[in-house]
Design a protein around this ligand. Structure first.
Ligand code: ADP
Length: 187
């Protein structure tokens, strides 16, 4: 049986427009991981139960989605991009990145994306109320969760470099942890 350490699995989450897909795209250029954009999988494979016309969003069939992800997650080396994080099993991820964006910037990005007024306000409010951050903190151990700001291209690049450094550190450690719980081994 191989005792080689598996690559970590990373979740990138955050309010729509925070830059998850951009971060994943940049990481894809630099890391030989498998990348999964949940929204694309859900649409492509029709892993949804219904579509909400007002909020223009799918009610995801979580069981089917998780069944699909189980195999790759077991292999390791996955980056998953999704706005929420609470329905994934905690064991899936060794790192959960919560992206955060200032509200005026997020407003511009979501307006440009053509969100209707209800969806726009819902997402701006979620970002102000730190909904995704709270959900990540409720769902994962503190040392797994890291919050990164994503307002500018420079921040995006810095975040990507930090994630890559973290992967290197994770792989160099015997157990993925330096033995203390002060969080300095996260990012
Ligand atoms: P998400 O996947 O979280 O919905 P995207 O990655 O699609 O967000 O980004 C939404 C928009 O915001 C895109 O036009 C993208 O270029 C821009 N964007 C995202 N992150 C940044 C950033 N850190 N700096 C500048 N523009 C960004």
């Amino acid at each position: 049986m191989s005792t080689e350490k598996k690559l970590p699995n990373i979740l990138i989450c955050g309010t729509p427009g925070c830059g998850k897909t951009q971060h994943a795209a940049r990481l894809k250029e630099l890391l030989e991981f498998q990348f999964f954009n949940v929204s694309e999988i859900v649409k492509e494979k029709q892993y949804y139960e219904s579509f909400d016309e007002v909020y223009q969003s799918y009610l995801i069939d979580e069981d089917r989605l998780l069944d699909e992800l189980e195999g790759p997650i077991a292999e390791g080396g996955c980056v998953i991009d999704h706005h929420t994080c609470d329905f994934f099993p905690e064991r899936f991820f060794q790192l959960v990145v919560v992206l955060r964006t200032n509200n005026d910037i997020l407003f511009d990005r979501l307006t440009e994306r053509g969100y209707n007024e209800i969806k726009l306000q819902e997402n701006l409010s979620a970002e102000i109320m730190e909904v995704v951050k709270s959900s990540a903190e409720d769902s994962y151990a503190p040392e797994v969760v890291v919050e990164l700001t994503s307002n500018t291209p420079e921040e995006l690049e810095a975040n990507v470099q930090r994630i890559i450094q973290w992967v290197g550190l994770y792989m160099s450690q015997d157990d993925g942890d330096d033995g203390d719980d002060d969080g300095d081994d996260v990012l």
